[in-house]
Design a binder for this molecule. Structure first.
Ligand code: ZN
Length: 330
């Protein structure tokens, strides 16, 4: 009798084993629909689903996984987009690219700010305000490290000749477009059509003017976004994505004033330049390929005439631009 009691007690006091692995308890979300994230505001995400603007939150299974502008997501729940409804994001599709920054160069925590963009458009005025090459360099580093195609968009060409600035970037092979005040934007449109492009640029360079010209209903699109988030029309400081009339998307980044680049290591930067990368195979372990390296293969390649010195110098300038200076923010 006592043996029986013992057995019984053991049986009931032990936590019951799960008969199935946890994952199988998860719903399969067969009824989920696809959406794209156009802006994020304090945990509330604005999505576009079949042309409708839908507010959503992350569902529990996503845990701490971040969801950012440009993410392609699977959504369940109320996807009608009717006022005061909330859908739930249950899955984030694999990203093709991630534009990242470190919050600060001293803080190595990386944050993804935009997903799935293929181009980074660095908007710079040729005058008023004067171009700041170091900021351009930092934006280029962010683009290369993110495997995005950088493009220079030089505005106000009616005020200054673009040649001086362009000569700085020619050896890197950075594509560019030049615009002037009151001029047409055909060249810019041709670069953007069908792609997803992130626009960065400081105040005064004409980025807002550009966005409004490229997307004639930008105010309406942003207005919708802000109406649903319950904030004023002009308070948007985070990135938001707009549909281009010709096809493709642009992502404006009014709140992004800095690209901490502490997460960018020399190897990931040089991989964006396969011709130079090839020259570094015999570099000593840990070589950063910077100008102070004693035995860098890039110097050998320049000496042997297999690499252009301008290109090596430009690469090294980008490498050095990862370090934060006093006057810049990107
Ligand atoms: Zn090296």
């Amino acid at each position: 009798m006592s043996r029986y009691d013992e057995h019984d007690q053991e049986h009931y006091d032990r936590p019951r084993r799960r008969s199935r692995p946890r994952t199988k308890d998860r719903p399969t979300y067969d009824d989920a629909v696809d959406g794209v994230v156009v802006t994020v505001d304090r945990g509330r995400l604005t999505l576009l689903i079949e042309g409708r603007t839908v507010m959503a939150v992350k569902a529990r299974p996503l845990g701490r996984k971040g969801v950012v502008v440009g993410d392609r997501v699977r959504v369940v729940g109320d996807v009608s987009g009717t006022a005061d409804t909330l859908a739930r994001i249950v899955e984030v599709h694999e990203r093709t690219t991630t534009l990242r920054r470190t919050a600060d160069d001293d803080d190595p925590v990386e944050r993804v700010i935009v997903a799935n963009a293929s181009q980074l458009v660095v908007v710079t005025a040729l005058a008023d305000p004067e171009p700041r090459p170091r900021l351009i360099d930092r934006a280029l580093v962010a683009a290369y490290a993110s495997r995005m195609q950088p493009i220079l968009c030089l505005t106000k060409a009616d005020l200054a000749d673009p040649e001086t600035l362009l000569s700085t970037y020619r050896s890197l092979g950075v594509p560019y477009v030049v615009t002037q005040r009151g001029g047409d934007l055909d060249e810019v449109r041709a670069q953007l059509v069908g792609r997803t492009s992130v626009l960065v640029g400081h105040s005064g360079v004409g980025k807002s003017t550009l966005v409004n010209a490229l997307v004639p209903d930008a105010n309406r699109q942003v207005g919708i976004v802000n109406a649903v988030t319950g904030r004023g029309r002009h308070t948007s400081t985070s990135a938001y994505m707009l549909a281009l009339p010709e096809g493709g998307w642009i992502i404006d980044t009014p709140g992004i004033r800095s690209f901490g680049l502490a997460h960018v290591d020399p190897e990931s930067l040089i991989e964006a330049f396969p011709d130079l990368d090839e020259m570094t195979e015999d570099c000593p372990r840990g070589c950063t390929h910077g100008e102070d390296e004693p035995e860098c293969g890039l110097d050998d390649a320049v000496a042997a005439g297999t690499a252009e010195i301008d290109r090596v110098l430009s690469f090294r300038r980008l490498l050095a631009a990862r370090e934060r200076g006093s006057e810049d923010q990107y």
